[in-house]
Ligand binder design. Structure first.
Ligand code: NAD
Length: 269
């Protein structure tokens, strides 16, 4: 299983590491040799299961509860990782959710919840990570960079999404957030990159794939004609965190089977 250990000796925090994409990212980073704080908001059992998978494969991990939209909880999470592993080298800002509604019916609570977790959560976690990276600097035998921040975005950072304006606005915000901090932090040898998944088979979008007719409708939007798996994103995150991607910063990689290629235009529009 472990062919390479390109993240050996590095410590990572994966937010929302107990489910779906975050779970696959945590396992992929551990598989590449990283020690992982598996963050969860509510489901301790699911986080413990991810920790067990990592430990059974010979890796190191622990679970930590934190609501990424709460400043004091985010600070406590970084303090716990630093206490356990000495530092943090990799942050994967993965936590996110949807609170869907027609625009005119959307409540302020639905708007604020999504923006607070999906966007402000990335701000709070990235700020703590950047402070730690700048304090420590580059440790050459571990990585060419002082630290890596991966921001989980979505194809909806560029594709408008009626009925999901809070979610699309949060992901559009992540795009500019990621680029702006990448510009500011690059001189400190900190890399910041985005990942924009298309349709990945996780609990967040279960209605879109749980019946054959829903899946067929979804596949019309995916030129590559298959739904994505969490591991498709996990493998990309592990690669982006490694020195193989050392010259990549301030850009977003789409992992979407072509969903962002405007498939509606494939047959003459
Ligand atoms: P998921 O529902 O399986 O996972 C979401 C994770 O976020 C869970 O672990 C949950 O506990 C965590 N979370 C929610 N609120 C939190 C909070 N306040 N603090 C900490 N953690 C919190 O869904 P997923 O598909 O794995 O989504 C992961 C990320 O990928 C999200 O940012 C989502 O927007 C993004 N994404 C998913 C898809 C997809 O098709 N599945 C597509 C594009 C982007």
């Amino acid at each position: 299983m472990k062919t390479t250990q390109k993240l050996k000796g590095q410590a990572a925090i994966v937010t929302g590491g107990d489910s779906g994409i975050g779970r696959a990212v945590a396992i992929a980073l551990a598989d590449a040799g990283a020690k992982v704080l598996v963050n969860f908001a509510h489901n301790h059992d699911a986080a413990d299961e991810v920790v067990k998978i990592i430990k059974d494969a010979g890796g190191k991990a622990f679970a930590f509860q934190c609501d990424v939209s709460k400043e004091d909880e985010v600070k406590a999470m970084f303090a716990a990782a630093i206490k356990k592993y000495g530092t943090v080298d990799i942050l994967v800002n993965n936590a996110g959710l949807q609170k869907d509604s027609k625009f005119v019916d959307m409540t302020l609570e639905q708007w604020n919840t999504v923006i607070s977790i999906n966007l402000t959560g990335q701000f709070l976690c990235s700020r703590e990570a950047a402070k730690e990276f700048m304090k420590r600097g580059v440790v050459e035998k571990r990585s060419a960079a002082a630290g890596k921040i991966i921001c989980m975005s979505s194809v909806h950072e560029i594709i408008p999404w009626a009925g999901h304006v809070n979610y699309a606005a949060s992901k559009g915000g992540i795009s500019m957030f990621m680029k702006s901090i990448a510009q500011e932090l690059a001189p400190h040898k900190i890399r910041v990159v985005g990942i924009a998944p298309g349709a990945i088979q996780t609990p967040i979008n279960k209605p879109a794939w749980e019946t054959p007719s829903a899946l067929n409708k979804l596949l019309e939007l995916i030129p590559y004609n298959r739904i994505g798996q969490p591991q498709d994103v996990g493998k990309l995150a592990a690669w982006l965190a490694s020195d193989d991607a050392d010259y990549i910063t301030g850009t977003t990689i789409f992992v979407d089977g072509g969903m962002a290629l405007y498939p509606g235009f494939a047959d003459n529009g």
